[in-house]
Design a protein around this ligand. Structure first.
Ligand code: ATP
Ligand code: MG
Length: 641
């Protein structure tokens, strides 16, 4: 916090009115090898170049920079409740491992600008690989380890990597998932062939090596134990990585990010939003396969000089293989975590357990829990807020933005959160609400519109779609006729205090007899029923009405499912509730009860898939699903009705 105690409002206004001065100031938060000579080049909208002329390196800022003051401080804390492994790397040790990895990649021919695809479980070597790429100027493309061969193959073809880094296996809930056969199959399916595959052998599953192509990390590491690989100084605008969006609403887009702008954006967000300080510990429960993992497991905390916890396993699993619903809180206590980042879906998992587990450990170090990825419903927010006794900070963003777009910046000024709202626009983001049909800006409170951004977008924002500028412009910047604005494809409203509320995806709208309804509003109404734990609402084609709403609900007490009379009564109650809240037109045609909903591992409901199943179509490319059984249940329930 600045000593002059600038209000957030003034801070935000400065970022909008004097962006060059504002972002030049933020740029001081990182090290530059060569200073930039232009802060923001917006000569060719919507493309933005940040810090032109400047040279820096993400790995330098995340690792090397800290060696002077905190070489022996924890940097990477690796914890796996799947294997029982728990190991801390200091900044000095991380520096050594990253150089070994960098040297190994170089030995495999990787040069500046080459792509390295990383398909790995949550192990420390995945972090080494990402940082090693950044170090030598290779572009990493991390593909979530939950993907099966088909999805992986299409990403291999898109990224055309020289090298793929992978491992024998991942593990989830004690079940080993062999990665190598999935990878081999993906390479067989893809047109592009990598020159080499670098494999970490965790000894969880047998691996057949392809001669001439496959290399073991254990061997290469041994050959480069004393490697010294200096950081490659990169232009600020050089590509650091690409990452695919989750694919909730369509074909995943290869989001491309720069180097300098991203480093500054993360450093600034660690200070102003997450209020994380050097020497402290940050714990994000996400996965390196998602953008949260890039920004807030690896780069953000390390750039801030914090230790970061990398956790492999479920939130309910102990280190000894037995269940432990308090594992995360044990880690908070043990490593004195000050800032924690998770997703509403994880909290809902915890909510099914005894709330006393939240009180089992000393959580006095924790200052806030940040939640993102999907709408945070009020009951979930209240439950965890009461249980932990720390502020719960919802934050809204996208793979595309790289860091939060709506939240509260408690590092600038302590600002209250409102239940149900992620917060206010973050500095640098020119957030607007537009009328969906006319494209007019909505200026009155509580009007519903599409959340859009006016350019120039701030540092850290995607540069373009990898190798497809046209797709970037056409997909994101041309959805509103006559206006060049970036569409988030999310609905929102803004209240009289300037807080935004996200109402769902513009795709998640159903049309019942000419009325447009947001499925999220119906879900909110249903999840307010005391017996309902979770619900998904989708629009299903109907000959008479165009579409009708179908609801699939998970009950807090699964045993009720066996009681036909009780579920029938409940269905009636739920329908009545929606009637009362939103009107009869929003009432779901059917409410079906299931024990689980199909989701991506990051907790995003696979509404597209549920809808497809309801309409008797193929659920398509749903290879990220952990539990195809959830979709089968829906299929069964639908065919039974
Ligand atoms: P695709 O763009 O490929 O369809 P996706 O949008 O699910 O996939 P992500 O970038 O992982 O991919 O998710 C961003 C989206 O998640 C946002 O656009 C929004 O719909 C939702 N979201 C993220 N955070 C929040 C939040 N705090 N509150 C409400 N919704 C959120
Ligand atoms: Mg999206």
């Amino acid at each position: 916090m600045s000593s002059t105690a600038e209000t957030y409002k003034a801070f935000y206004q400065r970022s909008i009115d004097q962006p060059d001065a504002f972002w030049a100031e933020q740029a001081q938060l990182i090290d530059w090898h060569k200073p930039f000579n232009r802060v923001c080049n917006y000569d060719k909208p919507p493309f933005v170049h940040w810090y032109e002329g400047g040279q820096t390196n993400l790995c330098h800022n995340a690792v090397d920079r800290h060696l002077k003051d905190r070489a022996n401080q924890a940097a990477l804390i690796y914890v796996s409740s799947e294997t029982g492994q728990e190991k801390t790397y200091t900044f000095a040790e991380l520096h050594v491992e990253v150089q070994r990895m960098a040297a190994s990649l170089k030995a495999l021919g990787v040069q500046k600008g080459d792509r390295v695809l990383i398909y790995m479980p949550m192990i420390a070597e995945a972090a080494f690989a990402m940082l090693a790429c950044a170090r030598i100027g290779a572009i990493h493309c991390v593909v979530f380890g939950g993907f099966a061969s088909g999805s992986l193959a299409s990403r291999i073809d898109d990224a055309t990597p020289k090298v793929i880094v992978s491992a024998d296996a991942g593990s989830r809930g004690g079940k080993v998932v062999a990665y190598k056969p999935l990878l081999d199959e993906a390479i067989r399916l893809s047109r592009h062939q990598p020159e080499s595959v670098l494999l970490v052998d965790r000894k969880l599953a047998p691996m057949a090596l392809v001669a001439g192509r496959d290399q073991l990390w254990g061997d290469l590491r041994q050959q480069h134990l004393d490697a010294q690989v200096p950081c490659e100084w990169l232009d600020s605008t050089a590509i650091s990585y690409t990452i695919y969006t989750s694919g909730t609403t369509g074909k995943p887009k290869g989001v491309q990010r720069d180097t300098g702008g991203y480093a500054v954006a993360l450093a600034a967000s660690m200070k102003h939003i997450f209020d994380g300080r050097a020497g402290e510990t940050y714990f994000s429960t996400s996965d390196i396969g998602w953008v949260v993992g890039h920004s807030y497991i690896i780069y953000g905390p390390l750039i801030a000089g914090m230790a970061t916890i990398m956790y492999e396993g479920l939130p309910t699993q102990g280190m000894d293989g037995h269940a432990d619903g308090a594992i995360w809180w044990r880690l908070v206590e043990k490593y004195k975590v000050t800032a924690m980042f998770s997703a509403p879906t994880a909290v809902r998992v915890l909510k099914k357990q005894d709330p006393a587990l939240l009180k089992k450990h000393d959580l006095s170090s924790l200052r806030a829990l940040f939640l993102a990825g999907e709408p945070l419903d009020e009951p979930t927010a209240r439950w965890i807020s009461d249980g932990l006794g720390v502020p719960i900070i919802d934050n809204y963003w996208q793979t595309e933005t790289g860091w939060p777009l709506l939240t509260v910046a408690n590092g600038v000024e302590r600002t209250p959160s409102k239940f149900g709202s992620p917060g206010v626009p973050m500095y640098g983001y020119r957030v607007k609400l537009l009328h969906e049909a006319t494209g007019e800006e909505l200026t009155q409170p509580n009007e519903k519109g599409v959340v859009v951004l006016e350019g120039p977008t701030p540092p850290g924002f995607m540069q373009t779609v990898w190798q497809d500028d046209a797709r970037f412009v056409n997909t994101y910047w041309k959805s509103v006729p006559g206006k060049m604005v970036y569409s988030t494809f999310d609905w929102g409203i803004r209240d009289e205090d300037g807080y935004y509320f996200i109402l769902g995806r513009t795709d998640d709208v159903i049309n019942v007899a000419g009325h447009r309804l947001g499925t999220r509003e119906i879900e909110e109404s249903i999840s307010g029923h005391p017996l309902v734990a979770e619900v998904a609402v989708v629009g299903v084609a109907d000959a008479l009405k165009g579409q009708v709403a179908m609801a699939f609900a998970v009950l807090k007490d699964a045993s009720l499912l066996q009681d036909g009379a009780a579920t029938l009564k409940l269905e009636g109650e739920i329908m009545k509730r929606v009637d009362g809240d939103l009107g009869a037109v929003a009432r779901p045609a059917r409410v079906r009860f299931v024990t689980a909903l199909p989701k991506t591992r990051s907790g995003k409901l696979l509404r597209r898939a549920i809808q497809a199943v309801c309409e008797g179509r193929d659920a398509g490319d749903l290879t990220t699903m952990d539990d195809p059984a959830a979709l089968q249940q829906i299929r069964d329930r639908v065919s039974a009705s």
